[in-house]
Ligand binder design. Structure first.
Ligand SMILES: Nc1ncnc2c1ncn2[C@@H]1O[C@H](COP(=O)(O)OP(=O)(O)OP(=O)(O)O)[C@@H](O)[C@H]1O
Ligand SMILES: [Mg+2]
Length: 234
């Protein structure tokens, strides 16, 4: 497996919020992690990226143990996260934000990557010199996704890319995720837009109150009564 998480417990202070989860993904896979608000999805992602230290358990990526490793080393190994709420630099232009995404890389092949991400998001080319803070929510999400791709990651982690975005733009984001997947990048996707997540992902895990309660191929989960009732609303 490219990423292997075992018996992972994570918390804040004395409060444990992730109670021992096991999951993994293979190179080239797109795996979704779904579950209600507060289940611990973002916490798991943050612990993979070195932002919240695990209480116990192991996280292995391409043979490296990530537990205790500094965030920038984890990034250098090829993991890039697009955090919840986008978190770009509002007073920097689109172009400057995209360049920030490539800080782990050599300067001379940046232009090629810029061309690639602009091809994926033509609207960003039009808005390259606009301050990112003045973009629409959907456009900001595009910058956030494009910025992650600028790092040429092996594993792309997305935390709720569709949050607070108009349905029409969510369709665009879905299309983009399909394209990223087709380009061979491995994806770990957290999404509240569960039907969308299950269309994009090959497999999915359901996290409830810090425990994984269900897993399987997306097509199967989309048919499971518990998933349909709780997450798909039919
Ligand atoms: N910095 C923090 N300090 C203390 N508690 C936190 C912190 N961040 C998150 N928590 C708590 O940990 C639990 C899990 O939060 P987390 O953000 O991982 O949930 P989530 O599944 O991503 O939810 P959502 O779908 O709303 O984004 C919640 O009860 C939350 O209040
Ligand atoms: Mg979250």
């Amino acid at each position: 497996m490219m990423l292997e998480v075992a018996a992972l417990r994570v918390g804040y202070g004395k409060a444990e919020v992730v109670h021992g989860v096991d999951f993994g993904l293979d190179a080239g896979e797109c795996v979704a992690l779904i579950g209600p608000n507060g289940a611990g999805k973002s916490t798991i992602l943050k612990s993979i990226c070195g932002l919240v230290p695990p209480i116990s358990g192991s996280i292995r990526f391409l043979g490296h143990s990530l537990v205790g490793m500094a965030g920038h080393h984890i990034a250098e190994l090829g993991i890039a996260m697009c955090p919840e709420g986008r978190q770009m630099f509002p007073e920097m232009t689109v172009l400057e934000n995209l360049r920030m995404g490539a800080y782990t890389r050599r300067r001379d092949d940046l232009d090629e990557s810029l061309d690639e991400v602009m091809a994926l998001f033509p609207r960003l080319r039009e808005r390259a010199r606009q301050d990112a803070g003045t973009l629409s929510g959907g456009e900001q999400e595009m910058v956030a996704i494009a910025r992650v791709l600028m790092a040429r990651p092996k594993l792309c982690i997305f935390d709720e890319p569709s949050l607070g975005i108009a349905p029409r733009v969510v369709d665009e984001i879905e299309e983009t995720l399909h394209k990223i997947k087709a380009s061979g990048v491995t994806i770990l996707l957290v999404e509240q837009a569960v039907s969308m997540a299950l269309r994009v992902a090959d497999r999915a895990y359901v996290l409830e109150a810090g425990n994984l309660v269900l897993e399987g191929p997306s097509a199967e989960l989309a048919q499971a009564d518990s998933v349909r009732n709780a997450y798909l609303g039919f």
